[in-house]
Design a protein around this ligand. Sequence first.
Ligand SMILES: [Zn+2]
Length: 78
Amino acid sequence: MCLICVDFQRQRMTVFEARRAFGEMIVAMDPEHAKEVQEMLDKAEREQEEQRAAGASSASASVAAVDAASSSAGVVNT
Ligand SMILES: [Zn+2]
């Protein structure tokens, strides 16, 4: 355990901040633990990426639904 683990697991640090701190601290870290932190950040980034991808696809789906609704309304009006 190090500062990065503690802060990151309590969600007081974003992945981005944790990675930056990790870059500064890695030289003083136990190589074994540095590897664990690296894996923790990689995993967190992957999860964040998946959530972003899921959010983006549902957002574009709702935009498409609005477009379909407004275009069909236009057909009715004319
Ligand atoms: Zn740690």
